[in-house]
Design a binder for this molecule. Structure first.
Ligand code: UTP
Length: 469
């Protein structure tokens, strides 16, 4: 265990000696907790991290226009354009894999959800559905149902283990919430929570930010911290023991997420893919979502800021956007590919710069809440392993059926509790209508469309229906 003197030396040699500037003022207890925090820092890598962050933040944004091309048609499947026989084949393949316990789901739930602004993990959020279900509960029920559907089809009792990546901010409340809710009726041993790493936030000149006199400002290392966390927590071994060969990775905030979607899983398995991405068509060239495409021949997600508007606006002969494959953080990964990533490619993953307002203590030790961005948080992204895939495929789905993320508090224009709630209600109205129901408004008059506003308050439990069946 490193003593104070050694820590001082390490910090000094990384140009971070200011971290201990308030040491003399700390109580014994504060010193002990600060030491604990300092000891888990990657001290040998500290200089590289801090200087790298400052350099990356100062560098001009990369422009990839000259190097990109769309994903070739043969690597794309689509709910809208693939024929019914293919869709049926993929669905059956997916259900078969699920029935054999080969499929797990992995939830990325380590984010701080700063835009939504609630002091608890986003998965615990209740968007105001008639049932008052939280995002976690909806997801748990979808797992129940897909296990049931696969089991019914193949006469077996099967399990879809639920891996949940959390962070220092979300682990304890998430564990408590699951326990209080009796794990939503799932077998606790099939819910595997683990924690991603945290890294220090730094100033634009590469100095670690102190958030208290004895506390460093730390942030989770991005959802691409998943790959390190899988190694740290021996998750791939657990998957191996459970027989899980295919993983569906998704974000906590998409209320429409089809976990372990058999059609997507079946498509990827049938194509022999080691990595797949679900996408939705961009609504407009200017929509600020990453686009799945190829850069210098390899699959990658290109951010809106990395291409010129002219490139985003390019259209093909039929008028469709050339770069329309909007990334929705919904991925298929094989365990074999994850093993490769953890053994070989881990260290090559890109670092992305996020410029944020990070509360800090000034020279006099007063806590300051900055009004403009003052800090850099380095993040890895879950999709940054795409370039290492040997067989990468894309599956296009309908936005109204599969993607409605909760990012912002009500009052914002997009991706709010209201938009998420309405997307789910509208979907359930469409399902009911397709099954022959007539929707009535509060006065008993038939509604013309499920999309009418205000939305019909009609909700179907995921325990009853997974994709409208
Ligand atoms: P977002 O990029 O939307 O971030 O994460 P966020 O933390 O939820 O929200 P803001 O940006 O602070 O408002 C997309 C997904 O990645 C997960 C989130 O939990 C969400 O499911 N994530 C993000 C992690 O698991 N770890 C991270 O370090 C960051």
């Amino acid at each position: 265990m490193l003593a104070l003197e050694q820590l001082k030396e390490c910090l000094q040699s990384s140009g971070q000696e200011h971290v201990l500037q308030f040491w003399p003022e700390l109580s014994e207890e504060q010193r002990e907790s600060f030491l604990q925090q300092l000891r888990v820092l990657d001290l040998p890598g500290l200089r590289r991290h801090c200087e790298g962050a400052a350099r990356a933040a100062a560098a001009p944004a990369a422009r990839l226009d000259q190097h990109i091309e769309p994903i070739p048609a043969e690597a794309i499947g689509s709910v809208q354009t693939s024929d019914e026989t293919s869709l049926e084949h993929w669905r059956n393949e997916g259900l078969l894999q699920i029935s054999k316990n080969h499929v797990g789901v992995l939830l990325l739930a380590g984010g701080q959800g700063t835009r939504l602004g609630v002091p608890y993990p986003k998965g615990m959020y209740n968007v105001g559905l008639p049932s008052n279900k939280t995002l976690y509960e909806i997801q748990a029920e979808r797992i129940h149902r897909i296990q049931e559907l696969a089991g019914l089809k193949h006469g077996s009792k099967c399990t879809v283990p639920w891996y949940i990546m959390t962070s220092e901010f979300t682990l304890a409340p998430t564990e408590r919430f699951f326990k209080e809710n009796n794990y939503f009726g799932l077998e606790p041993s099939n819910i595997i929570m683990f924690e991603q790493r945290m890294i220090p936030a730094v100033t634009f000149d590469g100095k670690i930010i102190l958030q208290g006199k004895g506390k460093i400002a730390m942030a989770p290392d991005g959802n691409g911290g998943l790959y390190q966390a899988l190694v740290d927590n021996k998750v791939l071994e657990d998957m191996g023991k459970k027989g899980v060969e295919y993983l569906h990775v998704y974000c906590v905030d998409n209320i429409l997420v089809k976990m372990a979607d058999p059609v997507f899983v079946g498509f990827c398995v049938s194509k022999g893919a080691d990595c797949g991405a679900k996408v939705v068509k961009k609504v407009s060239p200017a929509e600020q979502v990453g686009v799945v495409c190829r850069v210098q021949g390899v699959a990658q997600v290109v951010e809106y800021s990395e291409i010129q508007p002219e490139t985003a606006e390019l259209r093909g002969p039929d008028g469709e956007l050339v770069y329309s494959a909007g990334n929705i953080c919904n991925h298929f990964l094989t365990r074999a590919f994850l093993l490769d990533v953890s053994e070989t490619f881990q260290s090559q993953l890109k670092q992305h710069v996020a410029i944020k307002k990070v509360p800090f203590v000034d020279r006099c030790g007063n806590l300051v809440k900055p009004t403009k961005p003052n800090g850099i948080k380095m993040e890895k992204f879950v999709f940054d392993i795409f370039p290492f895939s040997r067989k990468f495929v894309v599956f296009e789905v309908k936005r109204e059926d599969e993607f409605s993320p909760l990012k912002n508090a009500d009052g914002a224009v997009v991706d709010t509790p209201t938009t998420a709630r309405n997307s789910l209600l509208a979907q359930h109205c469409r399902w009911a209508t397709a099954a022959g129901a007539t929707l009535l408004d509060v006065h008993g008059n038939p509604r013309v469309s499920a999309e009418d506003s205000p939305p019909v308050q009609f909700e179907i439990s995921p325990l009853v229906s997974y994709f409208g069946e």
